[in-house]
Design a protein around this ligand. Structure first.
Ligand SMILES: Cc1cc2nc3c(=O)[nH]c(=O)nc-3n(C[C@H](O)[C@H](O)[C@H](O)COP(=O)(O)OP(=O)(O)OC[C@H]3O[C@@H](n4cnc5c(N)ncnc54)[C@H](O)[C@@H]3O)c2cc1C
Length: 374
């Protein structure tokens, strides 16, 4: 039997960040991941941007960006962060929303400005701007390498004393006397005062027998990418006017969103890939002449309001870090720090308050939704 203060179930970017921060606080932590590369982090597009419909999400992202920027000092190693700039393209109906978001980001001390379509076209020649009324631009945002980010978090966690187990599936949680007391990994019991569920799609199965219900659905999200000498330079971009995103991909390449609907089945076939390319080619016309050379997709759990659940589950010994809802990469540094502080007795972290499970009981919380697709 292994004994720890905290057992973290799942070593995607969220579990890895929590384990890193717990280890940094001197907490005895074991983090287990079943491995196999099926987690969302392994296939994430890794975009790091601040603008969100909900200022609470923007706050977590804004707390995380400086960590990506100073990764070597803040964590150690290299997360592959590239500050390409982030552009949010909006139409006339959403111009006011973009003005509001710039003010909200300003209040968070984050840099963002509103560009005219002409200014944006001068910055990024080769892109069309039809139907774009304004561009919210963040000069310090960009993208990072999700694999490198997670590896360096786990390596530093191990260096700080965490026990990192890969290929270690937690078959079930151990519930005794109405409290969660650890997990069973094959023949072994890992006994822990607290278990953090950061298992994303593996979360619902682990909740069985705990009496805790989290409203989670599963959907597949994906991207495709192409490399070609004639592709223009792009920012990390969300095009809210047509419902796509794209970002730079390696040398002279572009990675773009593949909308998969509610599919939970396999990866995107040629039809979906062609549809995705036709959307992004409305902005990057050269793409119309290139088929995707690679693509990726993964399952992700979503909550009814599209936000994760962070906090104690109402059952002693169980802490939830579930339902990343398609955007958990960019905020993982701040989430890991705040969750570790709460588990270590520092009291409730203000930045996690909007994400408690209790929001799903009683009157439904009104979703903050200024944009069409973001
Ligand atoms: C295609 C795609 C593009 C995305 N693009 C972006 C983006 O640009 N920006 C952004 O911010 N976010 C993006 N996201 C979302 C973001 O990547 C995820 O929200 C984030 O990676 C989720 O991290 P996680 O650690 O919660 O989950 P995961 O990475 O899924 O990790 C969960 C881990 O738990 C493990 N596990 C499950 N069950 C068990 C068990 N029983 N025992 C042990 N281990 C278990 C799994 O092996 C897995 O490694 C994207 C996601 C996808 C799929």
């Amino acid at each position: 039997m292994t004994t720890a203060d905290v057992l973290v179930a799942g070593a995607g970017v969220v579990g890895a960040s929590i384990a890193f921060h717990l280890a940094g606080r001197g907490v005895r932590v074991v983090v287990c991941d079943e491995g196999g590369g099926r987690g969302a982090t392994a296939w994430s597009a890794g975009q790091v941007r601040l603008a969100h419909s909900d200022p609470a999400d923007a706050r977590l992202a804004a707390l995380s960006l400086p960590v990506f920027e100073r990764w070597a000092e803040a964590v150690g190693g290299d997360c592959g962060f590239r500050a390409t700039g982030f552009a949010l393209l909006v139409d006339e109906d959403r111009r006011e929303a973009a003005v509001t978001t710039v003010k909200e980001l300003d209040a968070l001390g984050a840099e963002a400005v509103l560009l005219t379509p002409e200014e944006y076209a001068r910055r990024r020649p080769g892109l069309r701007t039809d139907g774009v009324a304004a561009v919210l631009f963040e000069p310090r945002s960009g993208y990072a390498d999700p694999g490198a980010t997670t590896r360096s978090l786990l390596e530093r966690a191990a260096a700080l004393g965490a026990e990192v187990r890969t290929g270690a599936r937690i078959d079930r949680l151990i519930v005794r006397g109405g409290a969660v007391r650890g997990g069973r990994v094959g023949d072994e019991v890992v006994s822990a005062a607290e278990v953090v569920l950061a298992a994303n799609t593996g979360g619902p199965a682990l909740l069985e027998g705990t009496g805790v219900e989290v409203p989670l659905t599963t959907a597949r999200i994906g991207w495709a990418a192409v490399q070609a000498a004639d592709l223009p330079q792009v920012d990390v971009t969300i095009d809210d006017t047509i419902g796509t995103y794209f970002r730079p991909w390696r040398e002279r390449g572009v990675l773009y969103r593949v909308p998969m609907g509610d599919r939970t089945g396999g990866p995107a076939g040629p039809e979906l890939l062609d549809h995705a390319r036709s959307l992004v080619a409305q902005r990057v016309p050269v793409l119309a002449g290139h088929h995707a050379t690679t693509s990726g997709a993964a399952l992700e759990t979503h909550t009814p309001d599209g936000k994760p659940v962070f906090g104690r589950a109402g059952v002693p010994g169980l802490y939830l870090a579930l339902g990343p809802s398609g955007g958990g990469f960019k905020s993982a540094p701040a989430v890991g720090r705040a969750v570790a502080a709460e588990l270590d007795g520092a009291g409730p972290a203000g930045e996690l308050e909007p994400y408690r499970l209790a929001r799903f009981t009683g009157a439904p919380r009104r979703a903050v939704r200024h944009y069409r697709h973001m």
